[in-house]
Ligand binder design. Structure first.
Ligand code: FUB
Length: 451
């Protein structure tokens, strides 16, 4: 998979184009909060970086959990296919109350009220008043510039702040992490810069480790969703949820939204409705395969008729209608049989390929929009045998034949080949690549592109 990058030399502003999971690959991002502002979908994740031992000379100390987090970026999209990176919006060494080089900028969250965007973030305090305190930065635009408040908000010691504003205008802050009744909620003042009234430790949830609360409202029901780990020593986090008819609870536990990843301790999510579809944003270590260098992903979320949430299965394909003329990274497949995916390039912006192709292998890629007539197809392939064939079919392995490409031996070099198509699909269809070769591993496929 290769992503198009256009750097615009205007401050640190860059525009990037991604699709499929992970949706952000130029930097490692985790804990994504997705919000819709001005008809655009914005993503506010945290930013994982690799620890540099040189930083110890500057007085920095690596925390033993291994998260190293320096600053926050904001991203936006209008089609869930092309994303813009708006650059750094808040950085650790600009936080007046923060420990310089503290590397503790964990999961942030944002909300909007009366013309102002309120961005809440955890950070290591310089006054040693706790592991993390919650800071606030405000802006007039969703991508900033943000102004950081001089002090942290008193009474919000801890991690993973999640502001929620109810339909009557009352704002609440959820936050916390740990075992027992560790998730908390409190009202925020009208000015959004302090807490008001009593802090409630939310009861009725599993007593094991929880963090990262994210609350949303649908049809008068308040959904409190959160990462949950039943066995912090031997297991990893799933995303679970509870419901209530009151933002302060009591909440009734309902179960799992996303099952745990076996090879990544954390997961952290947000849920948003955009253009009449619900989406589940989360993180997984697709690129690094390391627990503390995570990448933001998105998949669709659906409700049952009774308001309960259907489990979300993480996919590589992700979401978004793919324009037919945009390069298709087929290695971010919808379904695959008798083949595998591996990196072609891991450093920098990663790329993947379809490999280990066995006889009768096929790969499908859903939701490609053929709103223009296509004439040819281009494939980036590598082959070490004569005449393996790739058929491109519509919707299924026996579907209408779009193109049939016999591939010469490329002597194990990547080659881009072009072929006239036999049939141009119409509307939104699924693309299926069927590999026809009796020789195992005779061909690898990187991407396809219709013209
Ligand atoms: O990203 C650092 C921490 O890991 C977050 O604050 C937690 O929710 C977990 O994802």
């Amino acid at each position: 998979m290769k992503q198009l990058i256009v750097f615009i030399s205007f401050l640190s502003f860059s525009i990037q184009s991604w699709a499929q999971n992970p949706i952000i690959t130029n930097i490692y991002t985790a804990d994504p909060t997705a919000r819709v502002y001005n008809n655009k979908l914005y993503i506010y994740p945290s930013h994982d970086v690799q620890w540099n031992p040189e930083w110890e000379k500057l007085g920095a100390k690596k925390e033993n959990h291994g998260h190293v987090m320096t600053d926050y970026h904001a991203f936006s999209t209008t089609d869930l296919v092309n994303y813009t990176d708006h650059g750094v919006i808040v950085a650790q060494n600009d936080v007046p109350w923060g420990l310089k080089n503290g590397y503790g900028m964990w999961a942030p969250c944002i909300t909007y009220k009366n013309g102002t965007y309120y961005y809440y973030f955890p950070n290591t305090p310089a006054d040693k008043s706790g592991f993390r305190q919650t800071g606030l930065a405000t802006a007039k635009n969703p991508e900033g510039p943000f102004t950081i408040e001089p002090n942290y908000i008193k009474g919000l010691k801890g991690i993973d702040p999640n502001p929620f504003i109810d339909d009557d205008g009352q704002a609440y802050m959820y936050w916390g992490g740990g075992k027992g009744n560790s998730l908390k909620v409190v009202k925020l003042s009208d000015a959004m810069k302090s807490i008001e009234g009593e802090t409630i430790a939310i009861k009725g949830l599993p007593q094991e480790y929880k963090e990262g609360p994210f609350v949303f409202k649908r049809n008068e029901t308040y959904y409190l969703t959160f990462p949950l780990n039943y066995d912090t020593k031997n297991s990893t986090e799933e995303i679970a949820y509870a419901i209530s008819n009151n933002p302060l609870g009591p909440f009734e536990f309902k179960g799992t939204i996303m099952d745990r990843f076996k090879d990544q301790w954390t997961n952290h999510h947000s849920i948003v409705n955009y253009k009449r579809q619900w989406y589940f944003f989360y993180h997984y270590n697709h690129i690094s395969k390391a627990g503390n260098l995570r990448s933001t992903c998105v998949d669709s979320l659906f409700f049952n008729n009774d308001g309960t949430i259907k489990k979300v299965k993480p996919t590589l394909r992700g979401v978004g209608i793919h324009p037919a003329l945009k390069k298709i990274e087929i290695d971010r497949y919808s379904k695959i049989e008798n083949a595998k995916v591996d990196f072609t390039k891991k450093a920098g912006i990663p790329e993947w390929k379809i490999t280990n192709v066995k006889p009768n292998a096929w790969v499908s890629y859903n939701a490609v929009n053929f709103d223009t007539k296509i004439k040819s197809i281009q494939l980036n392939v590598k082959s070490n045998s004569d005449k393996p064939i790739i058929e491109i079919r519509e919707n299924s392995i026996n579907g209408k034949l779009i193109a049939k490409i016999s591939i010469n031996n490329t002597q194990n070099k990547w080659v881009s080949i072009r072929k006239k198509i036999k049939y141009s699909p119409k509307g939104i269809v699924n693309i299926v690549c069927v590999f026809k070769s009796d020789v195992e591993n005779s061909v690898e496929l990187d991407w396809i592109k219709f013209k």
